[in-house]
Design a protein around this ligand. Structure first.
Ligand code: NDP
Length: 400
């Protein structure tokens, strides 16, 4: 079918690349490009001989538009799958525009010096992508991504109107470290140490970090404390789900994680303000990232399951209705299959699916779109096929 350029070679990219190689009818050729080319070469070496996909590697600094354009012109991919960090979203979108190449990512743009993620920077590209005749698919991970597709599916098949969505992200995995993050530590800590917020009656309601706490009994995991966070899919779902009254996002955290995080915050280690250290400017959070375990190294040690999904409340044929869509994923099963834990797996699989649907034309539409703006059915089928089967309940326990 075609060629994909994958930018980044970290935890999420590694899973997406394994999945592209399992799907070599669609991904005939891929190029893995990152700052550290040796990581791309190591992955290529591991996968070659196990797949029909032809694998190329390249070195690229995705902060530099001219380097990206040169690489795209040389490899001529049908789609660019951005699995680097949110800071690179706009430079990669600029390179896609210059070369008229489709674009897919998993996280919305965030300027490096302000921990504030929102879609306005990427939505500002809508007209230019439309004029160029190319598709940008934003947020093709699990949350955002699968949670957005779940919402579109619920609206299409189960409801006339959805009024409430609670997105529940539970990681019941245990890696045995007192403190480690399951994906890029810098991005993860910026997300969880920011103020929380949810959407209600047409506006944002802001909370202090971890101010709202609930307990939920997750299938496959058991009872867990979960905390309300701001999360990027709330912003687009608030626009795209007609009749919506409230959207909240909860994530589970263990007490050890929270105690360590509080301590690190109290001593200033999570700050993104530069400080001088022995004559050199450093950012405390980036230094912290360097001393924490690499998320990619957690795979062999992590046991337990994730359970991520959405609880919907709304109306069908004039009657009140509730509905829960979720996926349960086992850390060790993921490790056995692709050598990564479930947090990378649950993001990397939808990244491959999003790139596939754009590449094969199923989800092509010139412009910049969030996941819930496309027909959810092909994506839902692909989740079942490619390792993230979903479950449903018509009588879920609700979150108060
Ligand atoms: P990692 O830190 O493991 O990997 C990031 C990769 O990007 C590394 O290979 C890194 O290269 C590369 N990179 C960073 N900067 C540049 C640059 N300037 N040019 C080229 N390559 C660069 O992160 P994850 O795999 O954990 O996360 C990847 C993305 O997935 C993030 O944007 C994250 O927010 C998102 N994500 C989305 C989720 C969802 O459900 N939607 C869930 C989890 C993550 P090097 O090794 O050389 O530094």
């Amino acid at each position: 079918m075609g060629k994909a350029l994958i930018i980044g070679c970290g935890g999420v990219a590694s899973v997406a690349i394994h999945k592209c190689c399992q799907n070599s009818e669609v991904f005939e050729e891929i190029c893995i490009a990152s700052r550290t080319k040796s990581k791309c070469d190591a992955l290529k070496e591991k996968l070659e001989g196990t797949t029909k996909t032809k694998i190329h590697t390249a070195k690229v600094d995705a902060d530099k538009v001219d380097e990206l354009i040169a690489l795209i012109n040389e490899f001529k991919p049908d789609v660019v799958l951005n699995l680097a960090l949110p800071y690179q979203d706009l430079t990669i979108m600029d390179a896609c525009l210059a070369t008229k190449t489709h674009y897919v990512d998993t996280a919305n743009y965030e300027p490096e010096d302000t921990a504030k993620f929102e879609y306005k920077w990427q939505w500002a590209y809508r007209d230019r992508f439309k004029e160029a005749g190319i598709t940008a698919l934003l947020g093709s991970g699990f949350d955002p991504g699968v949670t957005s597709v779940f919402s579109a599916y619920a609206l299409k098949h189960e409801f006339d109107e959805i009024n409430y969505i609670d997105i529940l992200d539970c990681n019941g995995g245990d890696h045995g470290y007192p403190f480690a993050t399951n994906f890029n530590p810098e991005i993860n800590i910026r997300e969880v140490s920011a103020n929380g917020s949810y959407w209600e009656d047409g506006h944002w309601v802001e909370t202090k970090p971890m101010e709202i706490k609930r307990e939920y009994d997750f299938e496959g995991v058991g009872k867990k404390d979960m905390y309300l966070l701001h999360h990027e899919e709330i912003e687009s779902l608030a626009l795209n789900i007609p009749g919506i009254k409230r959207i909240r996002f909860f994530m589970t955290f263990g007490q050890s994680y929270l105690t360590h995080l509080k301590c690190l915050e109290n001593v200033g280690m999570t700050s993104i303000e530069p400080i001088m250290y022995e004559g050199k400017e450093i950012i405390p959070l980036q230094f912290l990232k360097a001393v924490l375990p690499d998320p990619a190294s957690l795979g062999p040690r992590t046991v337990g399951k994730t359970n991520i999904g959405c609880i919907f409340q709304g109306k069908k044929d004039g009657k009140d209705k509730t509905y829960y869509l979720y996926n349960i994923c086992d850390h060790q099963e993921c490790y056995k299959e692709v050598g990564s834990q479930a947090v990378s797996y649950t993001t990397g699989v939808p990244a491959m699916i999003g790139a596939m649907l754009v590449m094969n034309g199923t989800w092509q539409k010139p412009g910049v779109y969030n996941m819930e703006e496309f027909d959810p059915d092909p994506f839902m089928d692909a989740l079942n096929k490619w390792g993230l089967p979903w479950k449903e309940s018509h009588n879920p326990v609700l979150v108060d």
